[in-house]
Design a protein around this ligand. Structure first.
Ligand SMILES: *[C@@H]1O[C@H](CO)[C@@H](O)[C@H](O)[C@H]1NC(C)=O
Ligand SMILES: *[C@@H]1O[C@H](CO)[C@@H](O)[C@H](O)[C@H]1NC(C)=O
Ligand SMILES: *[C@@H]1O[C@H](CO)[C@@H](O)[C@H](O)[C@H]1NC(C)=O
Ligand SMILES: *[C@@H]1O[C@H](CO)[C@@H](O)[C@H](O)[C@H]1NC(C)=O
Length: 299
């Protein structure tokens, strides 16, 4: 379904039962073909990191080091699409440490984009074709987690900084930007059992609403940008609400040690949605990556 408003074309891909991932771009821009892309730069937090070792530019084995029980969505996505994978995401990263009083040794998305990206790629001979490069940002879980206990800033200020980071990428030739909203962390074992769950729910909904507006607005502002808004909130909720469709038997708890389920009276890990209190299993990452691929390939 195409909706035309002002000078922006919006393509809404209706996945039954899902809200909507959306593309915002100028009518004048050329068409997009996922198959023509050859590189992905990704920024974010533990949901995205693959623990890139910058001095050697290599990734450790995900069976040894991962925030899930194996590969994450970036691995599934870049392998399936044969993309060169530069993953600068970092555990516990918010948009900007100072805004939410995150520990300063965490490499925020702000630093990933404005320090690491230029240092390791722009000011360096790393070859990538800008027309064939995708950029993804998935951030907000840590911002909300920090804000729920200590309202050090407003969501509006967070979005303002987020927007600057997208503009930074745009001014360094990024044309195809994937923005991913916050999944339903209010249903995670970390938050669901507590009184704060409804406050988390409201904060996430409001953050996602502001991100959507910002994505639309930035596409209107910049002529040559294409913004893919991925609705992780709905994609995760679809899995949580239809566990049988995906083969999950447990979408509320997690096994204390997924490598030794029998010792803890747990089912094998494939049956779980959550690998720990705030992170999803590799199976969730696989399905999420499939949705991202489906959306971008039909774009
Ligand atoms: C993963 O960990 C195992 C056990 O510690 C080790 O033998 C192996 O070399 C590690 N793999 C990589 C790629 O680091
Ligand atoms: C670019 O950065 C990488 C990572 O630090 C390094 O291995 C490579 O030698 C650099 N290339 C140039 C041309 O400086
Ligand atoms: C909120 O964060 C500020 C800045 O780090 C700190 O001074 C204050 O004590 C915090 N308040 C609570 C209730 O944690
Ligand atoms: C989910 O798994 C955890 C860990 O095995 C267990 O404690 C919990 O009771 C399970 N929940 C359901 C609804 O089966």
């Amino acid at each position: 379904m195409y909706i035309l408003f002002l000078n922006v074309v919006i393509l809404v891909l209706m996945i039954p039962g899902l809200m909507a991932s959306v593309i915002f771009n100028h009518r004048s821009s050329s068409s997009f073909h996922l198959k023509k892309m050859d590189t992905l730069f990704s920024f974010g937090d533990s949901y995205t990191t693959e623990y890139l070792d910058l001095p050697t530019m290599t990734y450790p084995d995900f069976n040894n080091v991962s925030s899930t029980n194996g590969a994450n969505w970036i691995h599934y996505f870049t392998e399936a699409e044969h993309l060169k994978n530069w993953d600068l995401a970092y555990n516990s990263a918010p948009i900007e440490n100072s805004l939410v009083h995150q520990n300063s040794n965490i490499i925020s998305v702000s630093r990933q984009i404005t320090e690491l990206f230029p240092r390791y790629f722009l000011q360096n001979d790393t070859k990538y074709c800008k027309d064939k490069t995708l950029y993804s940002i998935w951030v907000g879980i840590n911002d909300i987690g920090l804000l729920v206990n200590n309202q050090t800033t407003s969501l509006t200020s967070l979005m303002h900084r987020y927007r600057q980071l997208i503009s930074y990428l745009y001014h360094h030739d990024a044309k195809n930007i994937v923005l991913i909203n916050i999944p339903p962390i209010d249903k995670s074992p970390k938050w669901a059992p507590h009184d704060t769950a409804s406050r988390i729910h409201d904060l996430v909904k409001e953050y996602n609403r502001k991100l959507y507006k910002m994505a639309k607005s930035i596409a209107k502002q910049h002529r040559h940008i294409r913004v893919f808004f991925i609705d992780a909130w709905s994609i995760f909720n679809h899995m949580l609400n239809h566990p049988d469709m995906y083969g999950f038997k447990n979408v509320t708890g997690y096994c204390p040690d997924w490598r030794h389920p029998e010792e803890h009276g747990c089912l094998p890990i494939e049956n779980y949605f959550w690998v720990n209190d705030l992170h999803a299993t590799t199976k969730v990452h696989f399905h999420f990556a499939s949705e991202v691929r489906r959306f971008l390939s039909e774009a």
